[in-house]
Design a protein around this ligand. Structure first.
Ligand SMILES: *Cc1c(COP(=O)(O)O)cnc(C)c1O
Length: 393
């Protein structure tokens, strides 16, 4: 055996996640590993909770990162709040709502689905009808920013509806956190999960979650035990919960937590409103370039996510060949369509550290060159100038 060390190429990541990681975060990760019960580490954990409360705009006591990717944050919310026999109204307008249904059913619950067209926001009127028709529902679950289609839904109004019908909310904010306005306390969201590798531009592998007191009370007064040992918050909080007193639950991913701490310090330095504004500004410039080329967005303007741009593939273009050319010639990654959108769209991410002027101009230039080289039906040579004009204006 003579396998050598692994050295990945340097890419620009403009897909649906992971996004480019800020070098400050990679540097933080390489600092010495210490024990997960070391008092210095425990001090860092307390800062982490404070920083996450800022990111989520909440004062929820239970605010912490789950030690695994976003999907585990999703599962943590469902396994803790849904007991066998519970009814959950699940909104689906893309891939991730479908995963919520899977979660409900694996918890022994019943999912009442509210289906919307992929590429559109969740229709609040349909949700209201479903809540009226199911007065015994316990939870309303929905995705704030649907990464599979690029649509944002009205998380605030959906939460109001849920409260009016005596339901808790489970809200997926994996792609919205730090990229689009998200106000956990003001909007009174109950169980909220996110991820690190989207608009926080951190390495993948952690899932920040926050639970309202109302949601936590439901968790601690369950009739049945949580079927997942690892995700049972009643146990996890023995490690993350207490001020000072910490019991071993699992070995925390120490260096990955250094990375998240640094990502959140960077967010605090920029200011969360500034981060939202930056995501919007770069989206506007990308949009100007995409539309100048003659390409079309999938999602209507008012329901569009700035950090995930779903673009329809022009007729006759081999979409996979375009992505391969971008990757091999430009070291640029953009995303393919997922689920029902596979083969129909590209997903251009402008998330976190990757949401910047250089990337917007680079991506438009590369896409223009590759599509022109393939004789695709686009207006060549105008995209970059259109984006520059959008920045100037
Ligand atoms: C990425 C994503 C997830 C899953 O996160 P992982 O870290 O890949 O497990 C869940 N929901 C949404 C909306 C996402 O974009």
């Amino acid at each position: 055996m003579s396998i050598q060390s692994f050295h990945p190429p340097v890419r620009t990541l403009m897909g649906p996640g992971p996004s480019d990681v800020n070098p400050r975060i990679l540097e933080a990760m390489s600092r010495p590993t210490i024990g997960h019960l070391d008092p210095v580490f425990v001090g860092m954990m307390e800062e982490m909770k404070e920083l996450l409360r800022y990111a989520f705009q909440t004062s929820n006591q239970l605010t912490m990162p789950v030690s695994a990717p976003g999907s585990t944050g999703m599962e943590t919310c469902f396994v803790n709040l849904v007991e066998p026999g519970d009814k959950v109204v699940v909104c689906q307008n893309g891939v991730f709502g479908g995963r919520m249904k899977e979660n409900v059913e694996r918890c022994g619950g019943t999912a009442v689905m509210v289906q919307d067209e992929w590429g559109r926001a969740v229709d609040v009127n349909k949700v209201e009808e479903a809540l009226k028709a199911n007065p015994d529902a316990k939870v309303l679950a929905y995705v704030h920013a649907e990464t599979s289609t690029g649509a944002i839904s009205d998380a605030k109004t959906l939460a109001e509806l849920a409260r009016r019908h005596d339901c808790l909310t489970i809200v997926d904010t994996v792609t919205s956190l730090a990229g689009s306005p998200l106000m956990v306390d003001e909007w009174q969201l109950d169980a909220v999960y996110s991820g690190t590798q989207k608009c926080l531009s951190c390495v993948p592998g952690l899932s920040p979650v926050t639970f309202s007191q109302k949601a936590l009370d439901v968790v601690t007064s369950r009739k049945t035990t949580v079927q997942s040992w690892f995700m049972d918050l009643n146990l996890v909080l023995g490690y993350w919960g207490g001020e000072g007193k910490r019991a071993y639950h699992h070995t925390a991913p120490i260096n990955t937590l250094y990375a998240l701490h640094e990502a959140l310090v960077i967010l605090q330095e920029e200011g969360i409103e500034n981060s939202w504004k930056r995501h919007r500004k770069n989206h506007q410039a990308l949009k100007a370039g995409i539309e100048a080329m003659g390409l079309k967005f999938v999602v209507p303007e008012a329901e569009r996510l700035p950090q995930l741009n779903a673009v329809s593939i022009p007729a006759g273009v081999d979409e996979a060949a375009v992505r391969l050319a971008l990757l091999s010639e430009y070291n640029l990654e953009i995303g393919a369509g997922l689920g029902a959108m596979a083969g129909k769209i590209w997903r251009i991410g402008l998330m976190g550290y990757a949401s910047n002027t250089t990337n917007v101009l680079f991506c438009l230039g590369a896409l223009d060159a590759v599509l022109s080289g393939m004789k695709a039906p686009i207006d060549s040579g105008v995209a970059v100038d259109a984006a520059r004009a959008a920045y100037a204006g």
